[in-house]
Design a protein around this ligand. Structure first.
Ligand code: NAI
Length: 472
């Protein structure tokens, strides 16, 4: 007897795909998820967000022990790094969390199939299994959640163990003496911080004249200065033209970004190069053409407001569709698409998606930057409060940074919040919730915040946006 079709077949077990699968199963769908990796969790859990945060945390502790605990009267002699142990802990955590998703799949009756999926029609997928055999699965709905992979500079390949993308940078077995990073975005700054803390000289090469193009520029400048104080070197308005591979070193050739004349390149010697120049949607060998799914000029799958592609019955979410390439954006879309398929009113508020960079200090933001508001001709008020005037930050010795709230000048509605400081990534949740509820800065200011906490800086910044702060 022929197998009855599934209600939903999800391609990709990352945060978008696995969350969509769970929500759909909760809503009564029969669901299967296909992924070419044996471990669930996609890029985020296996080679992205989670391993990088584990290592950032470990390296932060190393610097604390080596450089900062003495201020507390705690003297530790002979602090030393054992990279193997650090990496083993990272691997164990990745393992634990990916197994956690397996548990959730079993609990929700979701079938997992390891294999490479290829679209055959709007209700059938071929799956090449690890042993080379091909299985065919039918489903009423198909969801593409195949994520993204790193962009490489034109003409360059990963053909030497000393040259890698973020995946390689999370598994090095020695600390590079000099790590050259191409791209001052999220990955470049997080992984640059990580290896600088562990002892590498880190040079970050950036095409533009500033770090993280999408970030509020006042916040970006503060972050850049903080990272420079930690030893990171920046080379702005530079492009990579060549890497000469010598036995004991790599010689990187850099040119001024928009210089087309025949100037000689600047040569920098290093022993490792990390490409961190962005990511692109991953749709290779998926068979998009076979079913008539169209992509835009950057390779993103085009979807309508219901996440449906140009092929009826096939949907797409996460990094393969336009929007910020963030795990939590994909998760929101996963929930929304499952609810839409179940006849509910799933949707995503793209105006309130937070973003966090896990440097030290951390940076977190939600909503518009000052630059965007200016470009859109929106008049705004600014409320800013430094952590140096926040009691908890002083207690913790974490006074670098500020909270900055941008509110509509007429209505006081919060339009954007930018935080740089310790635990900014947790603090941004309050701002995101405020924006989700269309709150004013006065709403935040008049909400009681526990004392002493970092969150009081948010309250004070809100006071300062519509009136005056109390503590400066
Ligand atoms: P990105 O888009 O954040 O930054 C790439 C940087 O490389 C840009 O500043 C760009 O101007 C520069 N660049 C591009 N081509 C260049 C060239 N030829 N030479 C020099 N510089 C060049 O990309 P990144 O850092 O690779 O991250 C990829 C994605 O992963 C991002 O969209 C980000 O959202 C996500 N991500 C998120 C994290 C988080 O949420 N904490 C952590 C890591 C990644």
């Amino acid at each position: 007897m022929a197998e009855s079709p599934l209600d939903l077949l999800v391609i990709g077990a990352g945060p978008g795909g696995y969350v969509a699968a769970i929500r759909a199963a909760q809503l009564g769908f029969s669901v299967a998820v296909v992924d070419k990796r044996a471990q669930l969790g996609g890029t985020c859990l296996n080679i992205g967000c989670i391993p990088s945060k584990v290592l950032l945390n470990s390296s932060h502790k190393f610097v604390e022990a080596r450089d900062h605990l003495k201020q507390h009267g705690i003297f530790m002699d002979g602090v030393r790094l054992h990279l193997d142990t650090m990496m083993s802990r990272k691997n164990a955590i990745v393992d634990e969390l990916t197994r956690g998703i397996g548990f959730l799949f079993r609990k929700n009756g979701i079938i997992f199939i390891q294999g490479q999926a290829k679209l055959e029609s709007n209700n059938q997928v071929a799956i090449i299994l690890p042993d080379g055999t091909v299985d065919h699965k039918q489903a009423r709905h198909i969801l593409i959640a195949t994520g993204s992979d790193p962009v490489l500079p034109t003409g360059f390949n990963i053909d030497d163990p000393r040259i890698f993308t973020s995946t390689g940078a999370l598994s090095l077995d020695t600390v590079p003496r000099h790590l050259m990073i191409i791209g001052a975005g999220y990955i470049g700054l997080e992984l640059g911080s990580l290896w600088a803390r562990l002892g590498a000289l880190v040079t970050v090469v950036e095409f533009l004249d500033h770090i993280v193009p999408s970030m509020d520029q006042e916040t970006a400048k503060f972050l850049q200065q903080s990272l420079q104080k930690q030893g990171l070197l920046f080379k702005f308005q530079r492009k990579l033209t060549q890497i000469i591979k010598k036995e004991k070193e790599l010689v990187v050739h850099l040119m001024v970004a928009d210089d087309t004349s025949a100037h000689l390149p600047e040569l920098i010697t290093c022993d490792a190069v990390l490409f961190a120049m962005g990511r692109r949607p991953y749709t290779q060998d998926l068979g998009l053409e076979q079913v008539g799914i169209t992509t835009d000029d950057h390779g993103f799958i085009k979807v309508n407001s219901q996440f449906e592609t140009s092929c009826p019955g096939i949907y797409a979410i996460g990094d393969v569709i336009p929007g910020p390439m963030l795990a939590h954006k994909a998760e929101e879309e996963g929930v929304a698409v499952a609810e839409i398929l179940a006849g509910q009113a799933g949707s995503v508020n793209y105006g309130a998606i937070p973003a966090v960079i896990y440097t030290s200090p951390e940076v977190a933001s939600v909503g518009k930057t000052e630059e965007q508001l200016k470009a859109e001709g929106i008049n705004y008020s600014i409320g800013k409060f430094p952590f140096s005037a926040n009691g908890r930050a002083v207690v913790m010795g974490e006074t670098a940074g500020f909270v900055k709230i941008l509110a509509d000048i007429k209505t006081d509605r919060v339009l954007g919040v930018h935080i740089i400081g310790s635990d900014a990534g947790s603090l941004i949740a309050e701002a995101t919730l405020a924006m989700e509820f269309d709150a004013s800065s006065e709403d935040i200011a008049r909400t009681c915040h526990a004392h002493p906490t970092y969150s009081e800086a948010m309250k004070e910044a809100a006071w300062s946006a519509f009136s005056k702060p109390l503590h400066v």
